[in-house]
Write a protein that binds this ligand. Structure first.
Ligand code: SAM
Length: 222
């Protein structure tokens, strides 16, 4: 039986941690991703074999009750998680810098049964802002996209402002180690670095789940 370990850390405001700025990191990540033609990226993100290690049902369970919640999926790509969250009852804002992915999602919504039509909207966002209104959403999910973002301290301060009171941010990304999936190790970010940065952005509480997924951590902050 799978054993789930949660580390709960209460960060103190005077916890001094060196800030690791990665200027150019997000740019490199986007360049790396876009070496592949768009159709290939779509096939890659939607590959049914991904389900084996991405375990979308387990992730959706981890997110808690989504009924009636508003969630922004930052870096939504093809909407791999957006559609599943909508199916679980959330209203989902798919946010991406790349118009092609948003068009792909709109097409999929139009082709879908009516359930997706009222539950999924798309939002083209700039590279440096989630373009969230104040207290707009209950949750922000960001999967395999954290390392695409630059000046993350500023960016995630805006994410925090966009959350309703009691809202949370969930970051899923790859362990910084060799794995059969994910970007090159140099582009991956450790869970320690992510939590340190999110603390700098003002999030005080952190859960780090390193057990549910084989190649990725699930970090929840609020
Ligand atoms: C590796 S894909 C992940 C897609 C999706 N989250 C998934 O799990 O299948 C990264 C996505 O982030 C988008 N992206 C890159 N930089 C971004 C930024 N600064 N803000 C929002 N989206 C961004 C890319 O266009 C791409 O769709």
């Amino acid at each position: 039986m799978k054993h789930i370990v949660f580390f709960t850390l209460l960060f103190t405001t005077n916890m001094a941690c060196a800030q690791h700025e990665h200027h150019g990191h997000g740019h490199d990540a986007n360049q790396h991703m876009n070496q592949r033609p768009f159709e290939e990226l779509v096939a890659h993100f939607e590959d049914p074999a991904r389900d084996e290690w991405q375990k979308p049902e387990a992730v959706i369970t981890q997110l808690g009750d989504l009924k009636g919640k508003t969630v922004m999926d930052i870096g939504s790509g093809t909407g791999y998680f957006s559609f599943r969250m909508a199916k679980a009852g959330a209203r989902v804002i798919c946010a991406d810098v790349d118009e092609r992915f948003l068009e792909y999602i709109t097409q999929k919504v139009n082709d879908s049964e009516t359930w997706a039509k009222n539950k999924i909207e798309t939002r083209k966002v700039p590279f440096d802002s989630p373009a969230l209104k104040s207290r707009e959403v209950d949750m922000v999910l960001i999967v395999d996209t954290y390392h695409h973002i630059e000046d993350r301290a500023t960016y995630f301060k805006s994410v925090r402002k966009g959350l309703k009171p009691g809202g949370k941010l969930v970051v899923i990304d790859f362990f910084k180690e060799e794995a059969p999936v994910g970007p090159p190790v140099k582009m991956k970010m450790s869970e320690e670095m992510v939590t340190t940065e999110l603390q700098k952005a003002g999030f005080e509480h952190v859960n780090i789940d390193v057990e549910t997924l084989p190649y990725q951590y699930i970090i929840t902050v609020w």
